[in-house]
Design a protein around this ligand. Sequence first.
Ligand code: C5P
Length: 403
Amino acid sequence: MSNYTRVIDGLHGRKIVLGVSGGIAAYKSAELTRALGNLGVDVHVALTEAGARFVTPLTFQALSGNRVWTGLLDEEMEGGMPHISLGRGADAILVAPASANFIARLAAGLANDLLSTLCLARDCPLLVAPAMNRQMWENPATQRNVATLQADGVTILGPAVGGQACGETGPGRMLEPVELCESLLAFFTPKLLVGRKVVLTAGPTFEAIDPVRGITNSSSGKMGYALAAACARAGAETVLVSGPVALSVPMGVRRIEVTGALQMRDEVFAALTGADAFVAVAAVADYRPAEPVAYKMKKSGEAIHLQLAPNPDILAEVAALPEAPFCVGFAAESHDLDVYAEGKRRAKRLPMLVGNLVSDGLGGDENTAVIYDEEGRHPLPRAPKTFIARQIVERIAHLLPTG
Ligand code: C5P
């Protein structure tokens, strides 16, 4: 397990130089600075002259906790050369927003201010998040410059399509801070599942009694969504069949929304073509009303009797397929985790199952989990669900048959 327990800690402890060029989206970079800081990133901001007119260096200094750089020559910097010193030891430079002008300067290899010089003198990856009016983005000159940057190995993040500060709608919006954080995280995630397809289930199922009532399980969907996000970041084609939850679709994930277990089973089987792994995180209701009523039932004050029919065990059915993908189950237990979880793994003939105690993780952002597989039991220390997800993905990648 030594390789498996190795901490791949995403963005925590990384040094990122955030370059801010002149564009109204610069106000979002203030939020980005804070968001990156919350993820444990050491953010060093370098502003172009135009960038500094949109948001002051003081704002970025307060948010990053580091000195902000604007000039090419600075006597406070070691050797007076921030364009060299600032980039030293950086894990990446992220320019957000990158204006059309800045992209053109980058593509031409100009070094006429601190940020462009920093980019030219770098020895780390460069990521660029364009932000501009849609006509500027669509202009062949900009497209040519972007293609040049890509050919030079620069990663382009976005832009998004949507409403713009100028009142127009189209491509050119800078990605939101949360999307830029996700993109950076994905950038630093080892591509352990590239070329693989993973199908997951998540959330509860909702079994209708009538059009407004139903039976459901308690499940926030957070663990399943965190796992889907981790699979996508690791490079997998990721399909998430999700019961009703209040979560947004993770970047790079195709979500199929379902309600009841029968619908979930149909969608899972439809999505399974070409799948290498099936990860069942959903808290599927064990029973459903045998005959849901098509109209809203009226209250009579009398006791009613609901006839319940057992739901199919989606995971067991997939695992029993002649050419089953690598199947991973989940088990939330209230006690005797080892006995029940390992028992379930064997009963459903799963190569891998993740168990956790209900008291530890239900609904929250953190969890304590244990992985059970043919090699034994592997406890994961208490950690955010995103972190647990990353370790589960590592284990899946490690155990997936090759070819
Ligand atoms: O049997 P139990 O519900 O405890 O097993 C839990 C595992 O089986 C989870 O991975 C869950 O997603 C999956 N499951 C399923 N279909 C069901 C019941 C459980 O896929 N009807």
